[in-house]
Design a protein around this ligand. Sequence first.
Ligand code: HAM
Length: 403
Amino acid sequence: MIKSLRGMNDILSEDYERFTYFINTATDVAQKYGFHFIETPLLEETALFKRSVGESSDIVGKEMYQFIDKGKNDVCLRPEGTAGVVRAFIQKKLDKAGGVHRFFYHGSMFRYERPQKGRLRQFHQFGVESFGIDSVYEDATIIMMLSDILKKLGIDYRLQLNSLGDNNCMPQYRTKLINFIKKNKNKICEDCVKRLDANPIRVLDCKNKKCQKLYINAPKLLQNLCNSCDDNFSTLKKILDNNNINYEIDTNLVRGLDYYSKTAFEFVSDEIGSQSAIAGGGRYDKLVEFLDGRSTPAVGFAIGIERLMELIKMPENLRNGYFIGAMDEEAIDLMVKLAHKKRKNDKVIIDYKAKNLQKHLKAADKVNAKFCAIVGLNEIKNGTIWIKNLETKTEKIIKLGEF
Ligand code: HAM
């Protein structure tokens, strides 16, 4: 038997209901905040991710589904959504047009990681990207939006917050950090030695216990911000305080993608095991320019839908629509005709085989129909239909014309 690939799941039945409930809820909130849907291709030029997510990141360095296509183009399945949206934004010349552009998207992302609970090779994100606003109020607003989405779904979270500085303060901080790491080079893990050359800031995110202990004494990002980044971060905290959004400061939060500056955040859940990040995002003011567009400030986030699935509190599954059954072979054509008419406005499930009433009622219950409607020889003769409301348990016979 052929099975799905490792780390790639089917979504069906109850999972699909949860999945669509999530998408509908998140879409509704995003639209309330003025975001518009955008769809970008699953396949992009590999160079797009190398230049945006960064060659030194694990995502690009180790986890891409990359191949040469039949036209000899170096392409890969998107590991994340931001780069594609930025490419589309530039390609449509919205950077030149100026103004504010807010997008949301959802779809599959691909990372060749070691699969485990909450970590898949094909997973789904719901993301938003806002272009054209350099005010930290927009950072706070998208954090509030994310909080609204999670609250609507009944999900508890902790918000972790950091600032990654800008071109003014980050280079000096990096030098300080490199000096600190070099002094301790013989005490750090192999991965951190590699990070020292490729992307030193990522050492702060190292999961090795010995390294973590050592980095307690490393220079802190938040203590090395320039005045403007420091003010910016204080304003962000103030806006969140004013709007009752709780947060924790994590000066070691660096994110796994290279394009961020200033605001960086993650939403985590304590109920889903080690892969606890349910969403992540931040500001990326340099990325549009870096991908050859006109310099445009931007900020966004993405939610990992699979990590939320078991946390979503679904509303009570209310009955809806009709189940129509026939008691006699001769009534099947009438049933099909009635269903066709009724489907203009309602959901209708039918059974093509003539069966007794009890069997039809059982089937109607199984598909969660609100009404079970039955036709047979008697009904054809009298021009009527028998209907039971499965919520109130009341039944009646009505004229076909009234159905
Ligand atoms: P990210 O932190 O790499 O950010 O991914 C966002 C979320 O996707 C994570 O918090 C996690 O819930 C989920 N996720 C990541 N990898 C996996 C996986 N292998 N299996 C299951 N879920 C996973 C980004 O992708 C950025 N593009 C977010 C962003 C948008 N920043 C600005 N705008």
